[in-house]
Design a protein around this ligand. Structure first.
Ligand SMILES: *Cc1c(COP(=O)(O)O)cnc(C)c1O
Length: 369
């Protein structure tokens, strides 16, 4: 089915490359980079992003097995870490050369069993440790049991040991984060002492790299930073926006004073008003919280506020003072400021604005010139 929708999310490959280089330059030259492409590449196009970065990064990470399979089907060759696999996905996982994060003794035992039955050899697995996020991960007290279980086994190999920070962006939580980093170092030392080989180690996400570069270990996991956001305006200003959401004006109405616009007659015009209808709505990820002039779009370089209620497939915007015609281009968001404004009006984080862009919207990947 061809999607020839006029509303399109452009993904800027040049910006992705720029952002990766920005983070690389904060790292030691031998630190590896894992690019996080879960959730369709933070709402962009995970397959296109991973294909584009295939020979530019050391690892990819996705959340679920089927996300990894989609990358392999598209020909992605780089190792792929699956952060949240399930026991029922093991076959799909190994058939696609996907590397599981193993986060408790139950899933470790199940994987070892599966590996033996399927005659795997040195299959790479990644041990995830909980150091305070309390989401997924072994606890330190599991270390001895893990070592006992894997001692001398040839079916698997521990490719890495890793953990995840709970509040790396929050400078008020510095003490807690340093505690997590410390705890992780202790776990790593335990494994280094007892294993005959040396797995990679990693704990930092984007804001970890910004705030705790001393803890880069062997690899860092960059998600949101690659898509253009640091954890403050200064960092963000050095990054380039990767998600550009565009549409066109479908229709323009000239309405008289006291006329209303949209469902529930939520907008009442004060004077003669020019209204443009844009083909994007709450089913596409434009929150209803952006109605009532909370959100805006940009037309001919000027901001046009969203009036009345956001519909499922459309929004109406006030273009009274903008010189434009039906068919003209509309930028829903085109830079980080637009996205940050939207997030603040919706009372969420910019991650969610990006990941909420529905699959109905066409994706267009912009490669380098
Ligand atoms: C999503 C995720 C990341 C990426 O985090 P960013 O803040 O987007 O850089 C890194 N590690 C794990 C385990 C994740 O789930």
């Amino acid at each position: 089915m061809i999607n020839n929708h006029v509303t399109v999310l452009e993904i800027d490959g040049r910006a992705l490359k720029h952002n990766l280089s920005y983070f690389r330059q904060k790292l030691d030259s031998n630190t590896k980079v894992l690019a996080v492409v879960k959730a369709f590449g933070y709402g962009s196009d995970g397959v296109q992003v991973a294909t584009f970065l295939d020979n530019r990064v050391d690892y990819f990470a996705v959340a679920y097995t089927h996300e990894g399979e989609a990358l392999r089907k598209a020909g992605v060759k780089t190792p792929i870490l699956v952060l949240h696999p399930q026991i029922q996905n093991f076959q799909q996982l190994t058939k696609n050369c996907l590397e599981p994060s193993i986060y408790n003794l139950k899933i470790l035992t199940a994987f070892l069993c599966y590996a033996e039955e399927n005659d795997l050899h040195h299959y790479p697995i990644h041990l995830k440790f909980n150091t305070g996020l309390n989401r997924l991960g072994f606890n330190y007290s599991d270390t001895q049991a893990i070592l006992t279980k894997i001692q001398g086994l040839k079916y698997i190999e521990i490719a890495s040991i890793f953990s995840h920070l709970a509040a790396s962006e929050d400078r008020d939580e510095k003490e807690f984060t340093l505690g997590q980093l410390n705890h992780f170092s202790v776990i790593v030392k335990q494994f280094q002492k007892h294993l005959t080989y040396k797995p990679m180690t990693h704990i930092l996400n984007t804001s970890g790299v910004i705030n705790y570069p001393q803890a880069q270990f062997d690899m860092v996991r960059i998600g949101i930073g690659m898509y253009g956001f640091g954890n403050d305006s200064q960092e963000t200003s050095k990054l380039k926006n990767t998600h550009i959401l565009k549409s066109i004006i479908s229709q323009i109405h000239l309405i008289m004073p006291e006329e209303t616009v949209g469902y529930n007659r939520a907008y009442i015009s004060k004077g003669e008003t020019k209204i443009a209808t844009i083909p994007i709505g709450h089913a596409d990820g434009i929150s209803r919280k952006l109605g009532h002039t909370k959100g805006y779009v940009t037309i001919a370089g000027q901001k046009a506020p969203i009036v009345g209620n956001v519909c499922m497939d459309m929004i109406m915007v006030d273009i009274t003072n903008i010189d434009c015609r039906e068919g003209d281009q509309v930028i829903i968001f085109g830079n980080q400021q637009d996205i940050l404004h939207m997030a603040s009006e919706v009372e969420t984080i910019y991650y969610e604005i990006l990941t909420a862009i529905s699959q109905r919207i066409k994706r267009a990947f912009i490669f380098e010139d």
